[in-house]
Design a protein around this ligand. Structure first.
Ligand SMILES: Nc1ncnc2c1ncn2[C@@H]1O[C@H](COP(=O)(O)OP(=O)(O)OP(=O)(O)O)[C@@H](O)[C@H]1O
Length: 229
C-alpha cells in the first residue's frame, strides 16, 4: 500500500538527511507505529507519502503509484485516499462538528442529501452521536480528536496517517482514541501512526518501525516502544 524504495530526503543541501536510504513496505490493512526521537524523520515520512515534500533520491509509491509522477492537479485525489490526523486536531474553529466533517464531503462534490446521511453515521462510528451541533471549543480534547478522525475517515480512505494523534491527550483518553483507530484499521484502512507514546505502543502490540537519525534501526511485528535488550 505504501512503498519506500531507497528514499533519501535532504532539506538543506549541507544538512544531514532527514531520511537516509529508507526502504519499507506497508501492506494493505497493516497498522504500523513509526517511533523515534524528535527529529528522527517521522513527520518527513508522512509528508513524503502526501507529496508535501519530494524525495531527494529514491521513490515513494502509494497504492502502486509513484507519488513523484503524480501531476499537481491530481494531488488532491491522492490526499483523498490518504486521510490525516494530527496532534493539534486542526478543526475549523467557527464551524460545528457536523460542518467540520461535512466539509470533507463538500469539497469532493457530494450532494447535500448524501452529506446529511453520511455525517451522522460517521459521528456515531467515532462515538460522537448527537454532538453534531457543538462547536469545537465546546468539546474535550479527546472529542475534538474524534471529530478529526471522523473527518479523515468520512471518505473511507485506503490509508490513514496519524502524526502524534494522542500527543495532547491524557492516557485514558488516548486509549479511547487508539481503540477507535484499531477499529478503523480492522475495517480495512491501512494505518501508519507516528508517536512518542510508549504506553500506547506497548499496549497495542502492532508492527513497530523505529527511526534513529533518519535510518530504520528496527522493524518488528507485534513490537514494543523500546527495543528489548
Ligand atoms: N522544512 C524543513 N526544512 C529543513 N529541515 C527540516 C524541515 N523539516 C524537518 N527538517 C529536519 O529534518 C529532520 C527530521 O525532522 P522530522 O520533522 O521529520 O522529525 P520527527 O521525527 O517528525 O520529529 P518530531 O517528533 O519532533 O515531530 C530534523 O533534523 C529536522 O530539523
Amino acid at each position: 500500500m505504501i512503498s519506500f524504495k531507497k528514499v533519501t530526503k535532504t532539506y538543506d543541501r549541507n544538512a544531514r538527511p532527514a531520511l537516509k536510504d529508507i526502504s519499507l513496505e506497508v501492506e494493505r490493512g497493516e497498522f504500523v507505529f513509526l517511533v523515534g526521537a524528535s527529529g528522527s524523520g517521522k513527520s518527513t515520512f508522512i509528508r513524503l507519502v502526501l507529496k508535501e515534500e519530494r524525495p531527494t533520491a529514491g521513490s515513494v509509491l502509494v497504492a502502486g503509484q509513484d507519488v513523484d509522477a503524480i501531476p499537481n492537479w491530481k494531488v488532491p485525489q491522492l490526499r483523498r485516499n490518504v486521510g490525516t490526523v494530527f496532534q493539534d486536531f486542526r478543526l475549523l474553529p467557527n464551524k460545528t462538528v457536523f460542518e467540520n466533517v461535512a466539509f470533507a464531503l463538500q469539497v469532493i462534490g457530494k450532494s447535500r442529501g448524501a452529506i446529511k446521511e453520511t455525517v451522522p453515521e460517521v459521528l456515531k462510528t467515532v462515538g460522537l452521536e448527537g454532538k453534531g451541533k457543538r462547536m469545537p471549543h465546546e468539546l474535550s480534547g479527546g472529542e475534538q480528536q474524534r471529530v478529526a478522525i471522523a473527518r479523515a475517515f468520512v471518505n473511507k480512505p485506503g490509508i490513514l496517517l496519524a502524526d502524534e494523534p494522542t500527543g495532547n491527550l491524557d492516557p485514558t483518553t488516548s486509549l479511547g482514541i487508539m481503540k477507535l483507530l484499531d477499529r478503523i484499521n480492522r475495517a480495512g484502512t491501512t494505518i501508519v501512526m507516528a508517536t512518542h507514546d510508549d504506553e500506547i505502543v506497548d499496549e497495542m502490540r502492532k508492527r513497530v518501525v523505529e527511526l534513529v537519525d533518519g535510518e530504520i534501526v528496527r522493524d518488528e511485528a507485534s513490537g514494543v516502544y523500546g527495543s528489548v535488550r
